[in-house]
Design a protein around this ligand. Structure first.
Ligand SMILES: Nc1nc2c(c(=O)[nH]1)N[C@H]1C(S)=C(S)[C@@H](COP(=O)(O)OP(=O)(O)OC[C@H]3O[C@@H](n4cnc5c(=O)[nH]c(N)nc54)[C@H](O)[C@@H]3O)O[C@H]1N2
Ligand SMILES: Nc1nc2c(c(=O)[nH]1)N[C@H]1C(S)=C(S)[C@@H](COP(=O)(O)OP(=O)(O)OC[C@H]3O[C@@H](n4cnc5c(=O)[nH]c(N)nc54)[C@H](O)[C@@H]3O)O[C@H]1N2
Ligand code: SF4
Ligand SMILES: [Mo]
Length: 687
């Protein structure tokens, strides 16, 4: 008899859907969205609806492997678990100073158990170097922390009651599908939707207004909106007086940004900015859905700060359908200390390396001798990948990769350890897009000899001779440990493991309009426009517009600004090897405006070389009015080896960091484009 098992989507996506897996004779035959979970509403995205295709993929790594060819060539042979673990333990033990061993992980799974639980216990016991996990969200996270006090904001469901929604730096249809459903509910009830995005995304197509600003100019736009709110006195003076810090100073800063000036910086018409300000002031309640796309530039932290100030100016926080949301993860923190056990470090304070500059880290002599990668594919996703690949290719570097598939990164491993997928292991999840906690129960037995990450680190700990009893804790117990927080214990209806077992999810208690009466968790208790902490750190406590590192301009060697947002059918570099999804994406593409193509004699559908001083990326040109003049889009994070010349878009990105949060600046990248000389390509005469 078929039965269903409750689970949670593990992917790095704000929706964190509740899953129902149908199992027949020990085989998962279908993965569906749980209709009982209101945010999931019974619907999954196209990627995870095909989850069985990923889990039972013929190329799943099912046995431990050791490298037999040159690094990067992907030649491996099967070994036993015993040999694999003994080899890894021996190599790690032979490194005299454990600070030369570096874990590298991100959000391949967002689960607390298969993420940084046993793994952290292992690396903390070892005294390994620490990883600064900045590759996605840390600019925006720090911006929220300095302004609101934490990663907090509107409860996502209340966007349905908004009368204006600014979808700012986010392609919801692609990367936050369940928010898009709520935005549409609001639209049906009369709300106006405005998309603020350099690219005419699928989401922009469906909004009432699209403001196609230049990449990296969001702070200028936000400051100019403030200018308009001030000159028309569209302000909530009472909210400003009681619940904000530094209004006089911010007012002065904003007055330097009349629409004419901002319009020039943003590539917009002054009238567009005036109309936006009018809508923002008059359509109540007004809400902003920021996502992480707009903080991947030099001034990304400041841009998020500037936008985060806006709701306080008009008192939008007074309504549950007003305010803003970038991340809600501050509402649902589980017991990270209990899972990760930082106390195992004792007095040791190992160095920290930034994952966003892994190319530099690995090519700096003497820093890293061994690397253990799990839940991430750095050779594909980290910036400036030629240098990343060069680092991974070092003969003296010992690399272990825990994976489902033979990724670009796994190709460089000395030892590959097969990991289970979400259908095969326990986990517990929170979300950055909603405020529920979800339990993932294993639906099927591990395939082949695959083991959960947690089990791999448990067994590795034994091989290293670690005797702390924390390495005996099993995965179900880790799920229970995750729930042991003082906040949970004290809440009216604490979330229990038993409840999650029966229902799959539970909601954290979150106030309807959390800042209606102020009460921001900042040091001042107010929304900090002017942050004393930032003033001390950077000499400027106010948000400001910082131009991109690489401001692409006509006449420059690299006159095109390139952004590289996610593709709809991939999740970062995950799913690129699932054929049905790859077929939908087609090939690595560059979207370019017709005028820019014509000026270069480039033809739609032909292969082009996108290049700058860092490298050359070969892909197919798609002449498209999704792109504005001077801006090109390299979509999705393809696996390098599945790309046309063994590279992907990160061949072109650089390793300079954001103003706040030490994060990468993927969308702050100047390039030029030419025809691929090998395409049999006839260059057209330029008129
Ligand atoms: N299908 C799918 N879903 C995903 C992912 C995926 O790869 N595929 N990735 C997941 C991950 S890891 C994350 S972090 C989230 C990301 O979630 P979002 O941040 O919502 O991600 P995007 O869809 O990239 O939306 C970013 C949008 O920002 C625009 N943009 C680029 N530069 C600028 C700028 O300077 N200013 C403004 N205003 N907009 C700009 C891009 O054109 C793009 O449309 O999505 C998650 N969901
Ligand atoms: N140019 C450009 N580059 C980008 C971005 C961009 O927009 N443009 N986006 C950036 C962002 S937002 C992010 S978050 C990063 C994402 O970068 P990563 O976090 O590296 O994400 P993925 O590419 O999805 O790779 C995750 C890997 O983890 C593996 N995995 C999944 N579950 C498990 C498990 O349970 N155990 C083990 N051992 N492995 C598992 C998957 O098979 C997959 O290969 O990329 C960044 N890179
Ligand atoms: S990737 Fe996002 S939308 Fe798709 S199933 Fe997972 S949580 Fe839901
Ligand atoms: Mo991300």
């Amino acid at each position: 008899m078929p039965h269903t098992v409750l689970g949670a989507c593990p992917h790095d996506c704000p929706d964190t859907c509740s899953l129902l897996t149908t199992v027949e004779n020990g085989v998962a035959v279908k993965v569906q969205g749980n209709a009982q979970h209101s945010h999931t509403a019974g619907v999954l995205c196209g990627k995870v609806a095909r989850y069985t295709e990923r889990t039972y993929h013929p190329e799943r790594i099912l046995y431990p492997l050791k490298r037999v060819g040159a690094k990067g060539r992907g030649q491996f042979e099967r070994i036993s678990w015993d040999e694999a673990l003994r080899t890894v333990a021996k190599r790690l033990t032979s490194i005299a100073n454990p600070e030369h061993i570096l874990p590298y992980s991100y959000a391949g799974t967002m689960g607390k158990v298969q993420g940084e639980a046993m793994a952290s216990r292992f690396f903390n016991s070892l005294g390994a170097a620490r990883l600064d996990r900045t590759i996605c969200a840390s600019a925006g996270s720090e911006a929220l922390a300095y302004t609101l006090g934490d990663k907090l904001g509107m409860k996502v469901a209340w966007f349905a009651e908004s009368k204006l929604i600014l979808i700012w730096g986010s392609n919801s249809i692609t990367s936050n599908l369940h928010f898009w459903r709520i935005a549409n509910e609001a639209k049906r009830a009369g709300a106006k939707l405005i998309c603020i995005d350099p690219r005419r995304s699928e989401t922009a197509d469906k909004c009432d207004v699209h403001l196609a600003l230049r990449p990296g100019t969001d702070a200028a736009l936000a400051l100019s909106l403030m200018h308009e709110l001030i000159v028309h006195d569209w302000l909530d003076h009472d909210y400003l007086a009681h619940h904000t810090l530094g209004w006089a100073a911010l007012r002065e800063r904003a007055m330097q940004w009349p629409p004419e000036k901002a319009a020039q910086v943003c590539g917009l018409e002054p009238q567009q900015i005036r109309a936006l300000a009018h809508d923002y002031a008059t359509l109540k309640p007004a809400a902003i859905r920021l996502n992480y796309g707009m903080q991947r530039v030099r001034g990304g932290g400041n841009a998020v700060r500037a936008i985060t100030c806006l709701p306080a100016l008009i008192g939008a926080w007074r309504h549950r359908g007003g305010g803003m949301l970038l991340s809600a993860s501050g509402f649902s923190r589980l017991n990270a200390q209990g899972l990760e056990r930082p106390d195992l470090l004792g007095q040791r304070r190992p160095p920290m390396h930034n994952m966003s500059t892994i190319g530099e880290v690995l090519t700096t002599p003497g820093l890293v001798q061994a690397l253990v990668v799990y839940n991430s594919n750095p050779v594909a996703v980290a910036p400036q990948s030629a240098q990343v690949a060069q680092g991974f290719a070092r003969e003296d570097l010992f690399t272990v990769v825990l994976e489902h598939f033979q990724t670009d990164t796994a190709d460089y491993a000395d030892i590959i350890l097969p990991a289970t997928t979400q259908l095969e292991h326990w986990d517990i999840h929170t979300s950055y897009g909603h405020t529920d906690v979800l339990l993932n129960q294993p639906a099927i037995a591990p395939l082949g000899e695959a083991k959960p990450n947690s089990q791999i680190f448990r067994e590795l700990a034994k091989h290293m001779g670690f005797t702390d009893p924390c390495f005996d804790e099993d995965d179900q117990s880790l799920c229970r440990t995750a729930l042991q927080t003082t906040a949970n214990a004290q809440s009216v209806q604490p979330i229990t493991f038993e409840h999650l077992l029966a229902h799959g999810f539970a909601s954290m208690p979150v106030a309807d309009a959390p800042f209606a009466q102020g009460g921001f968790p900042t040091p001042s208790g107010k929304c900090e426009f002017d942050s004393p902490r930032l003033a001390e750190l950077l000499g400027d406590g106010l948000p400001n517009h910082l131009p991109n590192y690489e401001v692409a301009q006509t006449g420059d060697t690299y006159p095109l600004a390139m952004i590289s947002p996610p593709a709809r059918n991939f999740l970062n570099s995950s799913f690129v090897n699932v054929k049905s999804l790859r077929d939908m994406e087609g090939e690595p593409l560059l979207e370019m405006n017709a005028g820019d193509a014509q000026a270069r004699g480039l033809v739609d559908g032909h292969m082009v070389e996108v290049f700058n001083d860092r490298g050359v990326y070969l892909c197919r040109l798609q002449v498209s009015d999704r792109a504005q003049a001077g801006v090109v889009h390299g979509l999705g994070i393809w696996w390098r080896k599945l790309g046309a010349n063994g590279t992907n878009v990160n061949e072109l990105t650089h390793q300079r960091l954001t103003d706040l949060g030490r994060a990468p600046t993927f969308y702050d990248c100047a390039v030029q484009v030419r025809a691929d000389p090998k395409d049999g390509y006839k260059t057209q005469s330029v008129c």
